[in-house]
Design a protein around this ligand. Structure first.
Ligand code: F3S
Length: 755
């Protein structure tokens, strides 16, 4: 399959020497996280120690994974790099664009028609450039990655925040934007701020109704949605070792919900079992040969407070099942306290839907434990009071679960089996009646439960729980049902109780699949044509951005002076615009429409200096572009915070904005601007922000001697004829100045490859 064992052998061959070098430099025992980070330094063996939370470091990831929504722009950009093949093993997965409605077969057919051009593009571009392609229906990216590509001690980046799921197999796997994925596929280093480290010691053992999901629901309650920011979470202890590999994946997956960079576990027998069960004996053998490097040093786990920035201890033996929500995944309620909590908050008690699936909880073990509850319900004369839906994580899981009768158990209980895809987890759910926006409750095993996330209804209270709890609640139909203590009335009027779930960590007869949905890339892709219709509304091949003209910039018009918060979502909105992610021209019609105009406090309403009239930001900018006039965007503090969406930098560049001048930048957005050949500048004196007037014509001087550390000059030509000048700072290094001059970082890569 798309597996690259040679790459893993190379990684492991260097592991010992690199970790030894790191130990010398750091001068103390190492956590697993540090071992993996230091083993993946771009410049080879460690020469210096890095300061956690401070140093920016270049790394060399082993793999790249992309999902269909984010892969489009990542791969359109990659095509600009001029390479014949990706520099590291990479895969694309079609899982986000399949809506759940009727059931797997019908829904998949519909998606294959509606998103055909996107899937055809991804299939052909993957085929051409050596990228493994997983077709619609093959499964959810992170389950497929865990089953096929994740390996202990590896480093992976992926264009999805739940890439972190692969920590369940001992990786450092990190979610990034498409621009980062493009860079790594093009052979460039990947930069990360050296993280802080949180150690979580798991003592005791899970039992009864408590599942791995409850560990992360508990952790989310402790750390909140921000508590892991800038940190990698490393789990250890007897409770960690006793847990299944896919259970570890669940815990790492929802590390994204506490804002952690990623999470990981040390290599152990559960991982070895999983590797062997998923036909990777070679990887298991190779990992066993270097296993002392694939977990933290003993001294670290013996005295964790000396080596981690924060340590949390959780006793699994006393941990209760949890329900987290609604509207945030860190509002943790133990099941025994739900009756009181639901009454206190007036949460609707009737549960309309129970949903099992998502990349978080769709493994074979998850389905088998939930099926054990479903089977009991059938045997004890119970049905489901809630509607019940299942999204298996992959075709391999679905096929095997079907062979072993698990799916039949669910359908006997009137469950709908949806496609092996994200479905309701990403809001791709045509839920009947959602448009009425009634207040209601659903329970699911997904990771996110923000308002509108699953069904678009802001009044749906969504609670997150383990698959077995979801099954029990769907049977009872009540949010405050506690299966540990409560009984249910069966079809004979008797009171019956559900026993604790049982399940198989791995299928006893092994995994099986007829067609996993994988397309291997062509050996030689030079003759493969990338399929993009010139009339498509969703996809558009990119043209290289033009080089800098070699002069200072004169005659720029002020496009907008944004006031207050301006995140990447304000710059390039999501929602209905997602479908244009592969079409730069069309998605540019959302440029800055969420930003507040300082001069009239309105959104998407700016003065067109050519006509004197007010209009939408994108249309105004298009008029400047048509007239051959550049423009400048002015912003406030922390401009471009939020997701790392590269569209927020590409759209202004595409429409002819020449510079973004702000009080301060969110760092990732600033870097994205630099990569696209834009000028990202900051006021030396933030009070100069007040000097910018609505009718200004602006100059940027000093570009012919553009040098690291040397300020540039802004000249404001006000409409009344007066002129003001001030200096502005930049953080461009020599390489980034070359990006600016060439018109974009990719233009440099292409030149180097052609040269
Ligand atoms: Fe898909 Fe939901 Fe995971 S959108 S990748 S199943 S978080």
């Amino acid at each position: 399959m798309a597996f690259d064992f040679d790459m893993i052998e190379k990684v492991y061959a260097n592991f010992g020497s690199r970790i030894e070098a790191a130990r010398k430099v750091v001068g103390k025992p190492l956590t697993l996280t540090e071992k993996i980070l230091y083993a993946h330094l771009w410049d080879g063996a460690a020469q210096e120690t890095y300061e956690r939370g401070v140093s920016y470091v270049d790394f060399a990831p082993d793999r790249v994974a992309m999902q269909d929504a984010t892969a489009q722009m990542a791969l359109l950009q990659f095509m600009q790099a001029g390479r014949s093949k990706v520099a590291v093993p990479s895969t694309a997965h079609c899982d986000h664009l399949i809506q759940a409605k009727v059931g797997a077969e019908t829904d998949l057919n519909k998606a294959n028609t509606e998103s055909k051009e996107v899937f055809d593009f991804l299939g052909s571009v993957s085929n051409k450039y050596g990228i493994g392609f997983w077709k619609p229906g093959a499964g959810i990216i992170h389950q497929v990655v865990l089953e096929n590509y994740a390996f202990p001690g590896g480093m992976m980046i992926g264009t999805d925040s739940h890439t972190v799921n692969a920590g369940g197999l001992g990786m450092l796997a990190i979610g990034v934007g498409g621009a980062d994925a493009c860079d790594v596929m093009a052979g460039l280093p990947w930069e990360l701020k050296f993280p802080k480290l949180i150690g979580i010691k798991l003592t005791g053992k899970l039992s009864g109704w408590t599942a791995p999901k409850d560990v992360i629901l508990k952790v989310a309650g402790i750390l909140t949605v921000k508590g892991g920011t800038g940190a990698i979470v490393e789990y250890f202890g007897e409770g960690a070792i006793a847990m299944s590999c896919t259970g570890k994946g669940t815990i790492c997956n929802m590390g994204a919900e506490i804002g952690a960079t990623t999470s990981t576990f040390g290599y152990d027998e559960s991982m070895e079992r999983y590797l062997r069960s998923t036909n990777r004996n070679d990887v298991a053998d190779a990992a066993n040969a270097v296993k002392e490097h694939l977990t933290g040093d003993d001294e670290v786990y013996a005295n964790p407070e000396l080596y981690f920035d924060q340590v949390i201890e959780i006793d699994l033996s006393t941990l209760e099942p949890h329900l987290n929500g609604p509207f945030t995944p860190d509002l943790a309620t133990p099941v025994s306290e739900m009756k009181a909590a639901a009454a206190a908050h007036d949460w609707p008690l009737t549960v309309e839907w129970g949903l099992i699936g998502s990349c978080t909880n769709s493994s074979y073990e998850d389905l088998s434990r939930a099926a054990s509850i479903a089977k009991q319900a059938i045997d004890k004369g119970l049905g489901t009071k809630s509607s019940f839906g299942i999204n298996p994580g992959s075709e391999q899981v679905r096929y095997t679960a079907d062979r072993d009768g698990l799916l039949k158990t669910f359908t006997d209980l009137d469950a709908t089996i949806f496609t092996n895809a994200c479905g309701p987890c990403i809001g791709m759910w045509d839920r009947v009646g959602a448009e009425k926006q009634e207040r209601n409750t659903i329970v699911h095993s997904f990771n996110r439960n923000f308002a509108k996330r699953a069904d678009g209804n802001p009044n749906t209270c969504a609670f997150v729980a383990s698959p077995e709890m979801v099954a029990a609640i769907a049977i009872s139909g009540r949010l405050d049902f506690n299966p540990l203590t409560d009984t249910l009335t069966n079809d004979k009027g008797e009171q019956v109780k559900l026993d604790a779930p049982v399940g198989d960590e791995l299928p006893l007869k092994g995994f099986d699949v007829e067609d996993a949905g994988y397309q291997a890339p062509a050996e030689d892709g030079s003759g493969v044509e990338v399929i993009v219709s010139p009339t498509s509304h969703r996809l558009q091949l990119l043209e290289p951005f033009t080089e800098w003209e070699g002069t200072d910039l004169k005659g720029l018009k002020l496009l907008i002076k944004a006031k207050g918060k301006c995140t990447t979502d304000h710059i390039s909105m999501a929602g209905p615009w997602l479908k244009f992610r592969g079409h730069l021209d069309n998605i540019s019609n959302n440029m800055l429409i969420g930003a507040v105009n300082y001069f009239n406090e309105k959104t998407d309403n700016v003065k067109n200096q050519l006509t004197g009239e007010y209009g939408p930001v994108p249309a105004t900018q298009r008029e400047y572009k048509a007239a051959g006039i550049g423009s400048i965007v002015v912003g406030d503090e922390n401009y471009g915070e939020g997701s790392s969406r590269e569209h927020a930098a590409m759209e202004p560049r595409f429409l002819g904005v020449r510079a973004v001048l702000v009080k301060s930048f969110a760092r990732i957005h600033e870097t994205n601007l630099k990569k696209q050949g834009m000028l990202g500048l900051t006021f030396v004196d933030t009070a100069d922000y007040d000097k910018i007037q609505e009718d200004d014509t602006i100059e940027i001087n000093g570009l012919t001697t553009f040098t690291p550390g040397k300020p540039l000059e802004i000249v404001l030509n006000h409409a009344d004829g007066s002129v003001e000048k001030f200096n502005v700072n930049h953080t461009y290094n020599a390489q980034q100045i070359e990006w600016f001059k060439a018109g974009a970082a990719l233009n440099i890569i292409r030149k180097n490859i052609v040269a």
